[in-house]
Design a protein around this ligand. Structure first.
Ligand SMILES: [Ca+2]
Length: 221
């Protein structure tokens, strides 16, 4: 009897803790569907530009980085992107907002932890589902945002279903007092933790109930 009880419990555990919880849509900038770095001059497949200071519509492109930016190292798993496909394009000052949509259907929201880092020209802040996070490197509009990685860890603010992750890149005024100047973004996810919503199968629920019933009977004896 004790053996049956144990078996019932084990079956339940096995069915509710099954592996999964993979967040498929977590793509670095500049990579293909297999998360391999794209060549320069390709259409960015996952990130979109949702607002531009000049109100034009752009399709994001992979780019060879500007000489002032951190280079893409050998074996890089993320790449620079911008609205024109050319890092030296002079683009308006103001907010260039990049977005990645992340579907968390079937994921336990309180288990989600996404850690990564970004480079941007110029400073950017992260918004999750329209809400500002604490992650920003806009306090420095010098070279730091595009030469030194800024790290982030997102653990709260997720919603069931599709989530909006935005990097609001503030293109600063040109260094020589000019207006339009280069802008771009590079985002890299380094670690992701998440678990599936547990879905016990009816068969194992039955086994568990049987196990509990047997244990109760045993206790009465
Ligand atoms: Ca700039």
């Amino acid at each position: 009897m004790k053996r049956i009880f144990t078996a019932g419990l084990l079956a339940t555990v096995a069915s509710t803790v099954f592996a999964g919880g993979v967040i498929d849509q977590l793509y670095n900038t500049g990579v293909d569907n297999n998360k391999e770095l794209l060549d320069d001059g390709k259409t960015e497949p996952h990130w979109t530009l949702v607002s531009a200071p000049d109100n034009n519509t752009y399709t994001l492109q992979t780019i060879a980085p500007h000489s002032a930016w951190a280079p893409e190292e050998t074996g890089a798993v993320s790449g620079w992107i911008n609205p024109t496909g050319y890092a030296y394009s002079s683009l308006d000052t103001g907010k260039w907002t990049y977005e990645l949509k992340i579907n968390l259907t079937g994921i336990q929201l309180d288990t989600v932890k996404i850690a990564g880092k970004w480079l941007s020209d110029n400073g950017a802040k992260i918004l999750l589902n329209g809400n500002e996070t604490v992650f920003s490197n806009q306090s420095s509009q010098t070279s730091a945002p595009f030469t030194q990685w800024t790290e982030f860890i997102l653990k709260t603010g997720f919603v069931a279903g599709v989530n909006s992750l935005r990097f609001e890149v503030a293109n600063g005024a040109g260094w020589y007092g000019g207006g339009a100047n280069p802008t771009g973004l590079r985002v890299q996810f380094d670690s992701v933790n998440s678990a599936s919503v547990p879905v016990p199968e009816p068969f194992t629920i039955g086994l568990a109930i049987a196990g509990v019933a047997l244990a109760a009977r045993k206790r009465r004896k």
